[in-house]
Design a protein around this ligand. Sequence first.
Ligand SMILES: *Cc1c(COP(=O)(O)O)cnc(C)c1O
Length: 394
Amino acid sequence: MSDEKDATRVVSAGRRPEWTQGIVNTPVWRASTILYDSVAELRERGAADTHHKLFYGRRGTPTQWSLADALTELEPGAEATLLYPSGVAAVASALLAVLSPGDELLLVDSAYDPTRNLAAGMLKRFGIATTFYDPMIGAGIADLCTDRTKAIFMESPGSLTFEVQDVPAIVAVAKARGITTLIDNTWATPLLLPVIGMGVDYSILACTKYVVGHSDVMLGSVTAAQGQYERLRAATYQLGQYASPDDAWLGSRGLRTMAVRLRQHGEAALKIAEWLQTRPEVARVLHPALPDCPGHEIFARDFKGASGLFSFVLDGGSETARAALIDGLKHFGIGFSWGGFESLALPVDPQRHRSATRWQAEGPVVRLQIGLEDPDDLIADLEAGLARFAGARG
Ligand SMILES: *Cc1c(COP(=O)(O)O)cnc(C)c1O
């Protein structure tokens, strides 16, 4: 593992000469069939571990391995990474790799909604029970562990509401009991929170967001800690999970600029979050770098910085008043995915996606993805939006 700084590593990681063939970016190697020189060679290769060896298209080519290796290099202590056709596919494959019928899963209450749906849907159907837990639980998670608890799933900060979890405290409890830990690390990426080094077993990314960075590719990844790769590989192969070389290539292309993009997203988002805090129309800003965010001290202790996604709570007002704010924005699109170069505003209703805790707010909530536009233009846009909101609220 190199000790270079992150910005250097994202530029060089995964560019092995035998894969790039002297070209700067690993080219797109497309394949289904791989041809063998002889029956003997075919037999020999089929019997061995095919990781990083051409075997069959579904097992990947240097294009996918290059991105996967780069993501492994960004997580000191990791063994290997596999790619998936989406972030949700990565979450599902990782959970199916570590859970069996009769097992119990502890899932953070602020998890991404499709992760909750997987637990309530297919996992339940396969006899895996889920207990949701308070994102602020920390070492108190020990009280929820039973002898059937096999996995703890974290997401920090939480989707929509941005509570920061005490990952080291939860990992310590899990390690003492032989429980596997997984985290959805999409918000921070390994650049802002290298979780494998903190003892987490599986780090999951929706590469769709910051790795790709341009809102035009669906892609996911799971990075396994030392000793955790084999069961992930087995499940992934059995499920036939595969990311296309074209998408992996675009992922690698995005990765090269991820450090500078993240810095810009982070700085602009914090500036806008601090400005929103001063506004009378805004009751609360939910951003981990702000002192009143639940878990802010943990954020300050563990994270190297913030990325560009946060929410704010309006002071009163209806659904219609919130729509008046969002509908008229010039620089913010209305859409779900995030991590791209463009800003987005989304109406969100966290109270609909909670079961272990109760989410209460002073008014409707708006989630912002701050893109690479000049933050002053975004502030002017939001200022006009808040005026529309205040007018509609009456
Ligand atoms: C978007 C997202 C996902 C899912 O990624 P897709 O590529 O859209 O399937 C998972 N987790 C988080 C936190 C996300 O924001």
